[in-house]
Design a protein around this ligand. Structure first.
Ligand SMILES: [Zn+2]
Ligand SMILES: [Zn+2]
Length: 363
């Protein structure tokens, strides 16, 4: 062990005693032995499928079918063989639409690059229904991406009840989370409370907390096992479940210092993932807008913690705006009308009427 590795491990032991997850203050503090040889974990093997298309039978397609099954692009009864068949091609085109790729139906370079990116473990398509790009019809062409919102909700549009604006959160006592890591989550919750009437308060009483946060490795009892370094990073359940799970095997970076991150670094920014998963806890699904927090993938070694307009509009449809929020990203009537099947609850209607009244008052 060289001096740098030793110091890194020493720092690690001081930084977070008695926890199982790998937390690091920044990328350079991750011991080289923690960084895998591949740049994409277990999914790197998909790269050998470059150029594959319908009619072929190629070793590895079965594994990619299981990937598509996991994220909702193929139904659970699909027979996962190595045949690149029509059903698989259709699923691939749907995936390409959702991620703003050319819908070629072939495993081209840009598609493979996206497929191997670390991502959220929540499915993009639930019960066969996609409300990302592929479910929005022919108007959802890339040219509209900057002006049309693509936020989505879970089927049935679950949200926390209107009477529950003060939510508590707690950390699994098994993880013995440090104050430094808790501060990362505190900052992540704040992103959402800044734009909604919701508040989030930490409690030491994990089992009675509204939101229960825990780091788990592999199979952890909810039918959604984690997969080691990279691959799926975390997942969260729709309201009012409140369960937020993160992959214990990731190299989590807690201070967001990604300057000069070497290519292929397996480090994942904790706050970026936390902000995304909290969006799920509150009722948001995945968005096709790449700048949005609710976009499903994040590159290792990168950071994205600011809510995009798409995220803000989506969450305010569910909960309304924070009375102190003075941003310009609130939902306009035109956006409301063009966003298709989005739920518009009584609270939103009230908020809209108040806003309209205020505008009329100013006029
Ligand atoms: Zn997600
Ligand atoms: Zn889980």
């Amino acid at each position: 062990m060289n001096t740098r590795s030793f110091l890194s491990l020493l720092f690690l032991s001081l930084f977070n005693t008695n926890i199982s997850a790998h937390f690091f203050p920044n990328i350079s503090s991750i011991p080289p032995s923690f960084i895998p040889n591949t740049t994409a974990g277990d999914w790197a093997s998909f790269n050998k499928l470059l150029g594959c298309h319908t009619g072929q039978k190629v070793d590895g397609v079965a594994k990619l079918k299981r990937y598509f099954q996991y994220f909702g692009y193929l139904n659970s009864s699909t027979n996962c063989t190595d045949d690149f068949d029509d059903v698989f091609e259709s699923a691939l085109r749907t995936y390409q639409l959702n991620f703003n790729l050319n819908a070629t139906g072939e495993l081209d370079g840009p598609t493979l690059k996206k497929l191997v990116s670390p991502r959220c473990g929540n499915a993009d398509i639930i019960n066969g229904t996609s409300s990302m790009n592929s479910g929005k019809g022919p108007s959802a062409t890339p040219i509209h991406l900057s002006t049309v919102s693509h936020y989505t909700f879970f089927p049935g549009t679950p949200r926390w009840p209107a009477s529950r604006t003060e939510l508590s959160y707690g950390f699994s006592p098994d993880n013995q989370i440090s104050d430094t890591v808790k501060n990362v989550f505190s900052g992540a919750f704040e992103r959402w409370s800044e734009v909604t009437p919701l508040t989030f308060t930490e409690t030491t009483s994990f089992y009675t907390a509204d939101i229960k946060i825990g780091f788990f490795a592999g199979d952890h009892g909810d039918g959604e096992p984690f997969d080691g370094v990279l691959g799926t990073l975390a997942h969260a359940f729709s309201p009012p479940s409140g369960r937020l799970h993160l992959d214990d095997d990731e190299n989590w970076v807690v201070d967001g210092n990604f300057i000069d991150a070497p290519s292929g670094t397996s480090a994942v920014d904790l706050e970026s993932v936390a902000v995304h998963e909290i969006g799920h806890l509150l009722g948001l699904g995945h968005s096709s807008v790449e700048e949005a927090i609710m976009y499903p993938t994040i590159s290792s070694g990168s950071r994205k913690t600011e809510l995009a307009n798409d995220d803000i509009v989506g969450i305010q449809v569910l909960y309304g705006a924070n009375p102190n929020y003075n941003g310009t990203s609130t939902l306009t009537p035109a956006q409301r009308d063009t966003n298709g099947a989005h739920f518009l609850g009584p609270f939103w209607d009230l908020w809209f009427l108040i806003s309209l009244g205020f505008v009329l008052f100013l006029l």
